[in-house]
Structures are given as C-alpha cells and as structure tokens.
Ligand binder design. Structure first.
Ligand SMILES: Cc1cc2nc3c(=O)[nH]c(=O)nc-3n(C[C@H](O)[C@H](O)[C@H](O)COP(=O)(O)OP(=O)(O)OC[C@H]3O[C@@H](n4cnc5c(N)ncnc54)[C@H](O)[C@@H]3O)c2cc1C
Length: 490
C-alpha cells in the first residue's frame, strides 16, 4: 500500500498524523467552510500543483472507494466545494498562465488562476474579463464550473459564453477536450455542472477589449421595487453594467427602494488605449481605510455594525445620499466598480460566529416584482430582515444546468444567529415555494438551504435526466461528489 492509499483509507481523524511522502501531495485533515461560514465540514484536503497530481488523487481515491469533491478558491457561499469526511481536491495551486495572445485577447490558463490574477495579467494590454462576479478572489475553474454571471448578464451572458475550450480530466483518467465543436454535450454540461463531470484542468477564454480602465458610472434612485425594475428596463439598451442595491429595511410604500448603478465602458475616440487608467496602480484601492485602519482589520469594525438597527440607519443614509447625487455621472476604475467588497478582506467575518446565508433566486421578468416583494414582506413578518439586497437582470443561456432566466435575480443576505437559524430555514422554504410557483430558478453557488423537495421541479425536468446520463458517462462510479450534490441529488 502506498502512503497515499494508506492516508485515503485512514479515518479522517487519524489522517493528520500520517507521515508525509515526498512523491504524493501532502494530505491533511482540515475544517473547510463555504464563504458564508454557515456550512462547514472536516475534509481530507489535497492541493496538487500539476495535472499529474490531480490524476494521482483521482486515481487513488477511486481505488480506495473515497469520493472526491473539487474546490477552487472556496468562494461559493454554501457547501458546493465541501466533501465532509471525504477527499477535497483543491486546485488553487494550479495557477499557471499557459498561453496569452495580446493581439486577439485569447488566454489559456490552469483552473486555479483567479480573476484577480487574470485582470492583473491582461489589463495593461487592453483586455478585461468579459464576465466577473462580485469578488475577484474566485478561481477560473470554480467560475466556469458554476458558470458565474456578472452585472452585465442580460447583455454578455454568463462566463461560459466566452469560454472557447475546456480540458477535463475525467475521474477514470481520460483527458477530454470540450468546446462548441468537440464533445459539445460535455462542454455545455460541465460549464455550470458544479464539478460533477470532471476536473477542469485547462480553460481557454476570449477576453473583452477595453481602451480605458475606467467606466462611466451613473447612480439612479428608485423609490420602490417597481421603480427599480422600471429603471433596469429603460437602461438595458444603453448600459454595459447594471446593478441594483436594495435597502431591505423600509416597509409599505418604500419596500424595495434603493439605487441602481449603471456602468458604461469609456471608449477612447481614436481607439488608442489610455495606458495610465489600465495600470494596476490606478485600479487598486488604498491599503488603509480613511488612511488609518488597515483594510485587513476592517471586518472587526464592520462586525460591530452588522446588526439590524445600525444597518437600518446606514442604509437610510446611503439611500438619501445616493438620491442627492443621482444622475451625477463619474468615472470609476473597472476593479473598484466590479469588486468593491474586495476592499474589505474577509468581510464575511463581520457576520459573526454563525455566518450568513445568501438567498438568490431567479424569476421571469413578468413575475419578478410580485415574488421579490413577497419575499421582502415575509422577511419582515418573520422579523429577519436581510442586511443587503442586490438586484440583477439576466437572460437565458444554452448551458444544460443553467440558473439564468429571462428576468431578474434578487440576492438577499441574512445574518445567521443562534436564535434565528430555525426561523430562517422556515423563511427560505417559503421563498422556495414562491420561486417554484413563478417558474423561477436557484443558483448552487449561493445555496446553503435548498432541499430535494425545493428543487423537485428541476429534478423533474428533462435536462436533469440528461445531466444524470452525462454524469454516468463521465463518472460511472460517482467518484465526484460534494455535500451539495448529496444534499440535493444523491
Ligand atoms: C463576495 C462574493 C460575491 C459573489 N458574487 C457573485 C456574482 O456576482 N455572480 C456569481 O455568479 N457568483 C458570485 N459569487 C459566487 C462565486 O462566483 C462562485 O461561487 C464561484 O463558483 C466561486 O469560485 P471558486 O473558485 O471559489 O469555486 P469553489 O467555491 O471552490 O467551487 C465552486 C464549484 O466549482 C467546482 N469546481 C471548482 N474547481 C473546479 C475545477 N477545476 N473543475 C471542475 N469543478 C470545479 C466545485 O466543486 C464547486 O462545485 C460571489 C461570491 C462571493 C464570495
């Protein structure tokens, strides 16, 4: 028995004491959690730095009957990258740029390359990732596996729309190229397939050309949810990015009030890139808050503010200040507009020891106002008001397990406490019913609360049967599993 076989067959609790072996990835038992820190588990974690290392872990896990959960940067909110008491194959050390063509904006990377690493590498050549989530700390493997969307989803689709090719290492050891013209069925299922078909070991991506590192940003006030949806509809044709911040505290006439921020690319009239705005120094935020508090410590300050009375007051100030400056257009660096929350490293810690959950549902446009209003009303009735709400516009895409609809998503962030854990669970069940009745969809990257019952409509869909068929083809022994997979599909 090799060392790794020994370690894999050891109970999780004993694994940390096993002697390391230089030929194999170091294995340790770690408590891993999702980004929201509401779900966690003790896993046996491997962090290979090469494709051979990935192959070795898959191979030996197969021979020792362990299941393997894939993990990128661990930025999914719930349990999508956890595999409690089993193996987690973390690819965050696979961070090589394999090729870069600055003339065409085509880049080929290993899966652990983060969006941050990507923009820092390409921006000065006049290219920007076409789709980015709200944090730059995600890996491209994780972003592709969840088919992430940005604040431009209605216009640019999900990240999968910009992927030219992926290479998957299937659990049986086969290396499979997949693109729109080769193994197209696997391509459309592995993108958004939450790591269930194979480990993505290479990604080729088409980037978006920019001649300036700035956006023109215009804040627009919305007095309630209906008005906010109206702003989105009227701005979709001219905007490149649209995002709605919802103040979830007011009830009655002000329910769903907030601010929409519209971003538009700044095009240099002569097409010649403005190098000063493309530089990293222009994009990055300062290291200290107000020039004093190191940003790594900002979450401590934020923790004192993450409670309903203080957040109600802060939201109110933010809303009225925004209303005052509405329609005053300003220039903002792409990074600051896209990843403002990255300015506060580890800000999720501000939610306290029980973490948080984010509930994001996707609802067809015609029913969005009714469903999201009702969600906010139910939250108020339960006395658990979301501290943050974010509205986005979406369009459908052709990936098999897509979460997008022709409509809207509302992401609601709830602080979990010892006292509200059970009522919060009940509240999200009621949300699930509303979303299902409206023909809406859920997003596994954010999920920590769905049950098999909540996704019954999805389980009954033909696409789920096709996905299960592809899983049987790519992973006949069901080697690839996560806590999320077992919770919803097993
Ligand atoms: C502050 C914040 C803001 C966010 N904003 C957005 C947003 O605006 N839009 C959005 O869409 N999402 C958003 N997200 C969610 C995030 O983009 C996704 O969860 C993303 O998948 C995380 O990438 P990761 O590298 O951390 O992957 P992980 O969380 O580690 O894994 C995600 C999934 O990918 C699988 N996986 C990981 N690596 C591979 C691989 N190499 N091959 C195959 N499967 C793999 C895992 O098994 C898991 O199922 C946000 C998250 C945070 C924390």
């Amino acid at each position: 028995m090799t060392h790794l076989e020994h370690v894999l067959s050891t109970r999780a609790g004993d694994a940390a004491t096993a002697a390391p072996h230089e030929e194999w990835p170091t294995e340790v038992r770690e408590i891993l959690s999702g980004w929201g820190r509401a779900l966690a588990g003790a896993c046996r974690v491997f962090r290979p730095s090469t494709e051979d290392g990935v192959r070795a872990v898959l191979d030996l896990a197969r021979r020792t009957d362990a299941s393997v959960g894939l993990r990128g940067a661990g930025q999914s909110y719930g349990d999508a990258s956890l595999n409690t008491a089993q193996v987690v194959l973390d690819v965050s050390r696979m961070t090589r740029i394999l090729s870069w063509d600055p003339g065409r904006g085509v880049i080929r990377v290993e899966p652990g390359v983060t969006i941050r690493q990507l923009w820092q590498y390409v921006l000065e050549d006049g290219w920007w990732p076409p789709v980015v989530p709200g944090t730059s700390h995600v890996s491209l493997g994780g972003a592709v596996a969840m088919n992430v969307h940005g604040k431009n989803n209605w216009k640019s689709g999900p990240i999968g729309d910009h992927v030219r090719e992926i290479v998957l290492l299937l659990p049986g050891g086969t290396r499979l190229r997949a693109s729109r013209s080769e193994n197209a069925d696997v391509f459309h299922a592995a993108i958004g397939g939450f790591g269930m078909l194979g480990c993505i070991v290479e990604i080729e991506l088409q980037l978006h050309r920019v001649t300036s590192g700035d956006l023109l940003v215009e804040p627009i006030r919305a007095r309630d949810l209906g008005e906010m949806l109206g702003v989105f509809e009227s701005r979709m044709s001219e905007a490149d990015y649209l995002v709605g911040w919802v103040d979830c505290f007011p009830r009655g006439r002000g329910l769903g009030r907030g601010l929409v921020h519209q971003g538009r690319y700044v095009d240099a009239p002569d097409g010649i890139a403005s190098t000063s705005t493309l530089r990293r120094a222009h994009q990055e935020l300062p290291d200290a808050l107000l020039g004093v508090l190191p940003k790594s410590q900002a979450w401590r300050l934020m923790r004192t503010m993450f409670n309903a009375p203080v957040m109600r007051a802060i939201n109110s100030v933010k809303y009225w200040q925004g209303a005052l400056h509405a329609h005053h257009t300003y220039r903002q660096p792409l990074v600051q507009f896209s990843f403002l929350l990255d300015f506060f490293p580890g800000w999720g810690l501000a939610y306290g020891p029980y973490g948080m959950i984010q509930y994001q549902s996707f609802v067809p446009a015609a029913r969005a106002e009714r469903v999201f209003r009702r969600q906010l009303e139910l939250a108020h009735e339960a006395g658990i008001v979301p501290l943050l709400g974010v509205l986005k516009r979406h369009r459908p895409d052709d990936f098999l397990m897509s979460h997008a609809v022709e409509g809207y998503s509302l992401a609601l962030e709830f602080k979990r406490t010892r006292a509200n854990r059970e009522p919060l669970r009940g509240l999200t069940r009621r949300f699930d019913d509303l979303v299902n009745e409206a023909g809406g969809r859920f997003y596994f990257a954010k999920d920590g609360t769905l049950t098999r019952d909540s996704i019954r409509p999805l389980l009954a869909e033909e696409r789920t049967r096709r996905f299960a068929e592809l899983k049987r083809r790519c992973d006949p022994d069901t080697l690839l599993q996560t806590d999320l997979y077992r919770r919803l599909f097993a």
